[in-house]
Ligand binder design. Structure first.
Ligand code: SF4
Length: 297
């Protein structure tokens, strides 16, 4: 199935220190209802999955109207990508579900308020966790994303345990992409991937133990020996991204060709043809020393 990822705008009620959107919030604001409806109509021609993303879509007053319209256009999956705070209100959850949303991709960045709230620069941990509980109570599918940063990588196992206790369908750990706020805050936000890897594997083991799908994004094969089946890029559906004022028609090739990169040693690696490499900003700052090619045995 093909996916359309719609950036509805950049206004947000969190202020994450790693936000790739940076100052777009101030510069661009939100799209209008009519603009998004036009995009939905266009996307419905060849996409079966629609993702409402931002910014923070749940701060939009017209969200119910947009979801209702997406249902009318017969998208099979209507996913809401969110920081989860508004789902702390049960009535809000019910309205969104009644309108037609049937999948929720929520972001959580710590196992305790001190970590999550520091990273999001908002008192949001309890809202997000309550939001997950409310959605599960209403029988909804929850997929989560955790951005791996310097302040949470040692706690990935604890985050995994929390998410299992919340009964999410799938959790994903995504290595921070050093753009926007993450680029500005690089020194305090971006960890060394070689230090992250052992913690990541322990967290993935917890997923395996409890038979939950646990995934990793933007961490190459050379750090994930024995965990190759957890690489998200291999299962991401094809699709397009409706950015604020332009369209990326093929997200997979744009991610591989413009976002990621491979280094000099990658030519000797047996994963060369399947590995996307790290986000290109990482080796620009840290070099390629940590990336050891995997040889054929
Ligand atoms: S191709 Fe490069 S980045 Fe990818 S696994 Fe091999 S050495 Fe690592």
């Amino acid at each position: 199935m093909k996916k359309a990822d719609i950036k509805t705008g950049f206004l947000c009620n969190n202020n994450c220190q790693f936000c790739v959107q940076g100052d777009k919030k101030k510069k661009l604001g939100n799209k209008t209802t009519d603009e998004i409806k036009k995009i939905l109509k266009n996307a419905s021609r060849d996409c079966q999955i629609v993702v409402f993303t931002g910014g923070e879509v749940t701060t939009r007053k017209d969200l119910i109207e947009l979801i209702t319209y997406a249902r009318k256009l017969k998208f099979k999956t209507i996913q809401i990508q969110s920081n989860g705070r508004m789902f702390a209100y049960e009535k809000f959850c019910e309205e969104i579900i009644d309108a037609g949303a049937n999948e929720f991709a929520l972001a959580i960045h710590g196992h305790i308020p001190e970590v999550h709230n520091w990273l999001t620069q908002s008192k949001s941990f309890h809202h997000t966790v309550t939001g997950m509980k409310n959605l599960r109570k209403l029988g909804q599918r929850i997929l989560t994303n955790t951005v791996i940063t310097k302040s949470n990588y040692r706690h990935l196992s604890e985050i995994a345990k929390l998410l299992i206790s919340l009964d999410v369908e799938q959790f994903q750990f995504a290595f921070v992409h050093a753009l926007g706020a993450a680029e500005k805050n690089f020194d305090r936000i971006v960890p060394r991937v070689s230090l992250v890897a052992p913690h990541l594997k322990k967290a993935l083991d917890i997923g395996r133990h409890f038979r939950k799908r646990a995934m990793v994004e933007a961490v190459p094969y050379c750090f994930l020996k024995g965990y190759e089946d957890c690489i998200s890029e291999n299962i991401m559906p094809d699709g397009k991204i409706y950015e604020f004022n332009y369209v990326i028609p093929d997200f997979t090739s744009s991610r591989i060709n413009d976002g990621k990169t491979r280094g000099p040693n990658c030519q000797k690696c047996k994963f060369l043809n399947v590995c996307e490499g790290p986000w290109k900003e990482y080796p620009q700052r840290f070099g390629w020393e940590e990336f050891k090619p995997i040889r054929n045995t």
